[in-house]
Design a protein around this ligand. Structure first.
Ligand code: NAD
Length: 252
């Protein structure tokens, strides 16, 4: 089975951010046509400039917390490129805060709305199109913190554990209909999200480095290549699983 993405159409949510931007580029490099989706128009347009992929890439503003917006995104991909084969549900936010008892209900709800309900809404919008065309591959971005906890991240940890459950649930329901559903679990990846945390909590990055036996933080490219493989026919038997790309984070 080939790992080429020739002829395939993909969408990437959070496509204006660190991991999503690089994933969109790698998908185009492997032959796919890609719709970059993000809440931020500036970030999305920045990705188009970064990829410089001509007609093979387009930006559509979309909010993963809004079903109508996600349905519009899927329709836009179909209108432009004719189908939807790969969905990388990757938009996410991070709120590092106080210990659990001091996290506000609003803070908790906000993280769950984007990171977890957003993945549910995304799949709810994507699956009907994939069913109609006979299949597809969905890759949800979870995290090492989908299988382990870190202090001061209760909402985030909860949301990413939930993404793994949602991934398994979707895989059990749709794998026999041609839709594979998997999660990618990045370790700490050098992106604007991590830069923002380092600004708030100086020393954050060095502390987390010790959790990566490989001796470095990850790059968006490390994650993008896994997403491209999961989206390809080479991954035809992979479904309902978690693919850690984490420099050994979960091995400790
Ligand atoms: P990032 O902040 O660079 O990018 C996230 C993007 O998501 C931004 O462009 C933002 O505008 C967009 N976004 C936020 N809310 C949205 C919404 N409601 N609808 C649509 N788009 C929205 O972050 P990143 O580091 O590239 O993270 C991408 C994903 O990877 C997230 O799900 C994150 O939790 C996960 N992750 C990141 C790391 C890391 O170390 N960077 C580690 C593990 C998992």
């Amino acid at each position: 089975m080939s790992n080429s993405l020739d002829g395939k159409v993909a969408l990437v949510t959070g496509g204006g951010g660190g991991i999503g931007r690089e994933t969109a580029k790698v998908l185009v490099d492997h032959g796919a046509r890609v719709v970059v989706a993000d809440l931020s128009e500036d970030a999305g347009n920045g990705t188009l400039e970064y990829i410089d992929g001509g007609d093979a890439v387009a930006f559509v503003r979309a909010d993963v917390t809004d079903l109508a917006s996600m349905q519009h995104l899927v329709q836009a991909a179909v209108d432009r490129y004719g189908r939807l084969d790969i969905a990388h549900n990757n938009a996410g936010i991070e709120v590092t805060g106080p210990d659990l008892a001091d996290v506000t209900v609003e803070q908790f709800d906000k993280v769950i709305a984007v990171n977890l309900t957003g993945v549910f809404i995304s799949m709810k919008a994507e699956i009907p199109q994939m069913l109609a065309q006979g299949g597809g591959s969905i890759i949800n971005t979870a995290s090492s913190l989908g299988q382990a906890a870190l202090a001061h991240q209760s909402a985030y940890v909860t949301s990413k554990h939930g993404v793994i459950g949602l991934t398994r649930a979707a895989a059990v329901e749709y794998s026999d209909k041609g839709i594979r559903v998997n999660a990618v679990l990045p370790g700490v990846i050098q992106t604007p999200m991590i830069d923002a945390l380092e600004e708030t909590y100086p020393g954050f990055k060095d502390a987390l480095l010790t959790k990566h036996p490989i001796g470095r933080l990850g790059t968006p490219h490390d994650i993008a290549e896994m997403v491209a493989w999961l989206g390809s026919d080479a991954a035809a038997f992979a479904t309902g699983s978690q693919f850690a790309v984490d420099g050994g984070y979960l091995a400790i």
